[in-house]
Ligand binder design. Structure first.
Ligand SMILES: CNC(=O)[C@@H]1CCCN1C(=O)c1ccc(Cl)c(COc2cccc3c(C(F)(F)F)cc(C)nc23)c1Cl
Length: 248
């Protein structure tokens, strides 16, 4: 059958993905709503801008690695994901985990003042200047704007995140047809949720967002390579083993 044996129907599939998203999303949207006008002072912004490139990368990588760990937890509760081989699970997470981190970041974005939740407050792009990656940060902010414009519900973000992860185009998959079965059941879940919300028109927009995500993440990998070549010691010591496993 289309669904892994453990699931009797599409509602159960959606419920388990939504529950897993809620339990692994680090911050609830309501929590961040309360903080949305907590901005960094001029002095705090200057402190970030006077960090060296590798200090600021170090500062961000710790948070990104943390976020990636939560996405790994999320993936484990997607029905069928754990039935895949270890290698296929790693292959999907290798590229998909940063894409889901990006989707989740857009939940922490305030489009009114173009700031994103970072280190406990909302930061504008200028806070990340010392990363020496203006194009990456601009792309991250632009992507977040695009996601916010869709006004997705948490349920829709949960199913979309699962679909971003279970992607059969990933290179080096051992058992593509098995990944295809899981992908199809998640697609059914997303269309089910969109139909229930009477927003089927969102589907093609979400596929467009996935295409943007792919291009954005290849920029990330290029930046990560640049950084680890430029600062091999920091990159080597800095990124915890999981990160190295996923991005090395
Ligand atoms: C609540 N906060 C959050 O959710 C985000 C996601 C995880 C932790 N986190 C932040 O604190 C955060 C919020 C906004 C921004 Cl712009 C940043 C800085 O983002 C990055 C700086 C360096 C490299 C980044 C790379 C690269 F290149 F490594 F792949 C890729 C991504 C996507 N973001 C990078 C960060 Cl680290």
């Amino acid at each position: 059958s289309l669904y892994p044996h453990s699931l009797r129907n599409i509602d159960e599939l959606c419920a388990s993905i939504v529950r897993s998203h809620r339990e692994t999303s680090q911050y609830r949207v309501e929590e961040l709503q309360a903080l949305r006008w907590k901005l960094f002072s001029r002095e705090e912004i200057q402190a970030y801008q006077s960090k060296s490139v590798d200090e600021m990368w170090q500062h961000c990588a710790v948070r990104l690695t943390d976020a990636v760990q939560y996405v790994v937890e999320f993936a484990k509760h997607i029905p069928g994901f754990r039935m895949l081989s270890q290698n296929d699970q790693i292959a999907l997470l290798k590229t998909g985990s940063m894409e889901v981190v990006l989707v989740r970041m857009s939940r922490f974005f305030n489009t009114e003042n173009n700031t994103v939740f970072f280190d406990g407050k909302f930061a504008g792009g200028e806070v990340f200047k010392s990363l020496a990656c203006g194009d990456l940060i601009t792309a991250v902010f632009d992507f977040a704007h695009g996601m916010c414009a869709l006004k997705l519900t948490e349920h829709q973000i949960a199913l979309f995140s699962a679909l971003v992860l279970i992607n059969t185009d990933r290179p080096s998959l051992e058992d593509r047809s098995r990944v295809q079965r899981v992908q199809r059941s998640v697609e059914l879940g997303l269309t089910h949720i969109l139909r229930r919300d009477n927003q089927e028109s969102l589907m093609h927009k979400l596929y467009q967002r996935m295409a943007v995500l792919r291009s954005l993440c290849s920029l990330h990998m290029e930046k990560l390579r640049w950084f680890s070549q430029r600062y091999p010691l920091t990159a080597h010591s800095l990124f915890p083993p999981l990160y190295k496993e996923l991005f090395a």
